[in-house]
Design a protein around this ligand. Sequence first.
Ligand SMILES: Nc1ncnc2c1ncn2[C@@H]1O[C@H](COP(=O)(O)OP(=O)(O)OP(=O)(O)O)[C@@H](O)[C@H]1O
Ligand SMILES: [Mg+2]
Length: 305
Amino acid sequence: MNAVTLDHLSKTYPGGRQAVDSVSLTLEPGEVFGFLGPNGAGKTTTVKLLNGMLTPTRGSLRVFGLDPAAAPEKVHALSGVVTEHAQMYDHLTGLDNLIFYGALFGLDIPESRRRGQKLLAQMELSDAENVKLAAYSTGMRQRLSLARALLHRPSILFLDEPTSGLDPESAQKVHAMIRRLAAEQGCTVFLCTHQLRYAQEICTRYGLMEEGRLLAQGTLESLQARVGSGITLKLRLSSLPAFLEKRAVSLGEHLFALPIRTENEIPELVRQIAADGKDIFHVQAELPTLEDIYFALTNRPKETL
Ligand SMILES: Nc1ncnc2c1ncn2[C@@H]1O[C@H](COP(=O)(O)OP(=O)(O)OP(=O)(O)O)[C@@H](O)[C@H]1O
Ligand SMILES: [Mg+2]
């Protein structure tokens, strides 16, 4: 059974704004799916639909075969959610917050405490277990929020910008935890983010959204093949041979970028450069990154994401 199925899912808000426009996709169990797109693309709206907080205007959706609008409590029993601004209780300690939410998930107090302490340790928050949430930093709150989402051992995690507002080191920690969860516990992850570089480190597949529409979906390799922008060969040479003058771009002293179609071109090129009497200090083949793919598909200038 698919973990998630969206079938021509559409959502128009009462004011007339169409936030999600006929999106169809499926997630297999255990996938770490990156749902990517700029502000206003429809990511949060999709997560709210998946959690039964909103109902679709058209189309349908299922989470492990369940309709979130018809059976929200069944979906909540299977899923954990981390939103950008996690709401928890400032006057309770980190552990007491987890015990409280554990009770909502039907765990008894000793079990909530055990599970809470284990998760706090995993999130490197053991030292702050008895500290009131009011004194937590943003990064600590986000990690506590992840711990809360995991209390009932969900089969799927919906993470909406889980690292927004975190410094690079804290963001890295959260991403490492997400990767571990997926690898060790087989948890399916639906990760909304516009941080493409981080997404590329942890996701197994992607969906690229823009203005409510799904522009493309697939693995990095399939998306790379789709944009077809080929490989950029970075070369550090004593000087550029005349036969490459029209094809290569200078990137600085002795450094050149050369677009090629496939890796098979590299050995012959290297032989030709050497035969031309030039010294080769460095050769590196660079495939398009998720960012390159995104901007190629949307034709957006890079600063818009
Ligand atoms: N409650 C609402 N009522 C009306 N319009 C809304 C509502 N919530 C969101 N929208 C609109 O729907 C569109 C999609 O918003 P959404 O929050 O789903 O985007 P997003 O991809 O999560 O963006 P961000 O990266 O900024 O979080 C936007 O144009 C937004 O203004
Ligand atoms: Mg959002």
